[in-house]
Design a protein around this ligand. Structure first.
Ligand SMILES: [Zn+2]
Length: 77
């Protein structure tokens, strides 16, 4: 599952991937490959969808966010 967020490691807005390994889940920045463990409580996909609504709203102010589509895409504004 891919989603947009700001990476605290590389400081870019990028595409993240949600990965699950065994009973652990990670969000991975597809630009710098920074990896953070996230709560694997079954709610992560809901949180990602809610987060995507926030990013969608931000697009109104920062249209460059709409360019984030594929792994490795990254923007700064
Ligand atoms: Zn990053």
């Amino acid at each position: 599952m891919l989603f947009r967020n700001k990476c605290t490691a590389c400081d870019f807005w990028t595409i993240f991937e949600l990965k699950t390994e065994g009973d652990k889940s990670f969000q991975v920045c597809t630009h710098c490959m920074d990896q953070n463990e996230v709560a694997n409580d079954g709610q992560m996909e809901t949180r990602i969808r809610d987060g995507e609504k926030d990013v969608k709203a931000l697009e109104g102010h920062f249209p460059v966010l709409a360019q984030l589509k594929n792994r490795g895409d990254h923007v700064k504004f």
